[in-house]
Design a protein around this ligand. Structure first.
Ligand code: APR
Length: 242
């Protein structure tokens, strides 16, 4: 993304965009963190202490992602459509570890919290696709060791992926749109402030409810993502038609 390009967009998505595809969010009352504790399943320490428990948590989620009923919804489709029709740079930064943006057709995409349909060998760092459960017997495809595979996701206490590319895009963008995220987890929660710095970007929140970061947005639209994202995309495209 180049800074001299007026009209570039950065879109941050969170669990709320996948909710209507059948995937749970984290901090809603029926969310994942209401059922399991972060420190038991989503930290490097948890994996060190009880790898089987952590793998089982992610195995179950991976199975969920792959179930036939989980498909991209109208919000994922609308963002893919926007990318196809937008003549300037557009980058989708997702906190989600599912593959629904790709399946909808988004190409300019960063998975800042990793991807669950990939594993990483803790010994060699090699990353490759993985669509079944990980068991203690599984040998790494690259080094042949057992017990070294971990989900290719970012746990609490680890550094998110591709931050240099994300901050470069935020510093240049004319519009920042956050969708389906509670704004409670850093660094993603700070992206709106980064985009606003110097009054450069117009900032928009599309979410089911107001969040702690709502005051930082110029505009807020509340409602289910499958309705408000397609509506917002159409409005944006209409406003920018010659
Ligand atoms: N449409 C739009 N927004 C929705 C919908 C919906 N159908 N359903 C829920 N939401 C909103 C909720 O109101 C909430 O504000 O989506 C937000 C989801 O917030 P979180 O559950 O906190 O998810 P997220 O912000 O993506 O979490 C960030 O936390 O645990 C980590 O690594 C995990 O990437 C995740 C990160």
């Amino acid at each position: 993304m180049t800074c001299d390009q007026i009209g570039s967009i950065v879109i941050l998505t969170g669990a709320g965009i996948s909710k209507e595809s059948g995937l749970s969010t984290f901090r809603d009352t029926d969310g994942i963190w209401a059922k399991v504790r972060i420190e038991d399943v989503a930290t490097p320490e948890a994996f060190e202490k009880d790898p089987e428990r952590v793998q089982e948590f992610y195995n179950a989620r991976r199975r969920g992602f792959l179930s036939e009923s989980v498909q991209p919804n109208a919000a994922h489709q609308a963002l893919a459509d926007l990318e196809r029709r937008w003549s300037k740079d557009l980058l989708v930064v997702t906190q989600n570890i599912d593959d629904l943006h790709e399946r909808a057709g988004t190409r300019s995409l960063v998975h800042m919290h990793g991807e669950l349909l990939k594993v990483r060998c803790a010994r060699t760092g090699q990353v490759y696709p993985w669509r079944r459960d990980v068991t203690p017997e599984d040998a790494c495809e690259c080094c042949g060791s057992t017990g070294t595979l971990r989900p290719n996701v970012v746990w609490f206490g680890e550094i998110p992926f591709d931050l240099d590319r994300i901050y470069a895009a935020l510093q240049c963008c004319s519009r920042f749109i956050a969708i389906g995220t509670s704004g409670q987890v850093h660094p993603a929660a700070g992206f709106v402030a980064e985009a606003r710095r110097g009054g450069r970007a117009r900032t928009v929140l599309l979410n089911a409810e107001a969040t702690d970061t709502s005051p930082l947005f110029d505009e807020q639209v509340l409602g289910p993502a499958s309705r408000i994202v397609p509506e917002y995309v159409e409005k944006l495209l209409a406003e920018n038609r010659d």
